[in-house]
Design a protein around this ligand. Structure first.
Ligand code: PHE
Length: 358
């Protein structure tokens, strides 16, 4: 009995040091496997006398049972432990606060472009596009600005080194070349707007070498200045969301329109603050006029048959006025704090569009 007792002690002690299921399997093989210690002892039973065999057999079985019981208990413990470990690793700590997500903002220029576009699309205009790099013909000559015309100087043009065909290449100084492209490539009637980047060598609080313009062109039979006035008045009232916005058309000059006008809106300026609307002051806001017959001819249209009007305005300027932004350079500084404050939610529907649906 004492050899069995020692064996049992050894087995139970060893079991206490086992920490993995693999070690447990090795233990099982060591004691209870085909060549295990207990099995080997069982094999010795045959050589004993019948009485001794039954006693020894019973003792062996008892030890085997005890080891088996201890083994299966250890197995349960190890399995439970393994499960707990896994659960612990896989738990989500739902009490952790979420990482705040900073939603992006729409840049005021993009927002203003969307607003302007929404209003003109409602008025039945379509959007046309043209390249940023233009040739001299589209940017100047076709617009009735010949080579020696003083208006060229006013545009502070960026001339590029290369040429486009036999023409000087420039960064377009206004969106008006899109009028020319549209009239030369399509057939009338036209009712288009072009929105995009324009470039002039100028830099201060109200000028940037790159800025944005919106251009409009309406050409049909029997279009007159009354159409121009109504179209632009509607636009300005809608954009500034002010039904009684004072609007003034003041005679002016552009080589590509005749007659030409500049449009002012009423405002009040006091102690450095500007209020759009009533008051006694005027703010120049855009240029417009009836398309010059020379421009129509340059685009293959007969001025006796087709007439129309055009207008152009700076996006930065109207955005600064509507949203109270004092310095145009702020638009391009990419200061995130400024953008978060002055930017717009992506879900915000352009307000003039809502107003026009009243
Ligand atoms: N292209 C002119 C400018 O940049 C604006 C304009 C467009 C004026 C169309 C009249 C008609 O100053």
């Amino acid at each position: 009995m004492s050899d069995l007792h020692l064996l049992k002690e050894k087995a139970l002690k060893q079991l206490g040091t086992i920490h993995t299921l693999e070690e447990l399997e090795a233990f099982r093989l060591e004691f209870l496997g085909k060549k295990g210690a207990i099995t080997e002892l069982m094999k010795g039973l045959g050589a004993l006398s019948p009485e001794a065999r039954s006693q020894r057999g019973a003792d062996l079985n008892a030890v085997k049972e005890e080891i088996l019981t201890a083994l299966s208990q250890r197995q349960q413990e190890l399995e439970a432990h393994a499960l707990n470990e896994r659960l612990k690793k896989e738990t989500l700590d739902i009490t952790l606060p979420g990482r705040p997500e900073e939603p992006g903002r729409i840049h005021p220029i993009s927002h203003t472009i969307e607003e302007v576009m929404a209003i003109f699309l409602e008025q039945g205009f379509v959007v046309e596009e043209g390249p940023d790099v233009e040739d001299d013909f589209h940017n100047f000559t076709a617009l009735n600005i010949p080579f020696d015309h003083p208006a060229r100087q006013e545009h502070d043009t960026f001339y590029l080194k290369g040429k486009l065909g036999d023409q000087a290449a420039v960064l377009r100084t206004h969106t008006s070349p899109v009028q020319i492209r549209t009239m030369r490539e399509q057939s009338p009637p036209f009712r288009m707007v072009a929105l995009g980047r324009t470039f002039r060598a100028d830099y201060d609080a109200t000028h940037s070498p790159m800025f944005h313009q919106v251009e409009g062109l309406v050409i049909d039979k029997n279009i007159h200045m009354g159409h121009l006035k109504r179209c632009l008045s509607d636009f300005l009232k809608c954009f500034f969301e002010m039904e009684d916005l004072p609007i003034r058309f003041r005679p002016s000059f552009f080589p590509f329109t005749e007659p030409s006008a500049e449009v002012d809106i009423g405002c009040s300026k006091s102690k450095g603050t500007l209020k759009i609307g009533g008051g006694t002051d005027w703010l120049e806001i855009l240029g417009c006029g009836m398309v010059h017959p020379n421009v129509l001819r340059n685009c293959g249209l007969d001025p006796e048959e087709y007439q129309g009007f055009a207008f152009g305005m700076g996006i930065e300027r109207i955005s600064m006025l509507k949203y109270g932004i004092p310095d145009l350079r702020l638009f391009y500084e990419s200061d995130l704090r400024w953008l978060r404050h002055h930017g717009f939610s992506a879900l915000q529907i352009p307000s003039p569009l809502l107003a026009s649906r009243r």
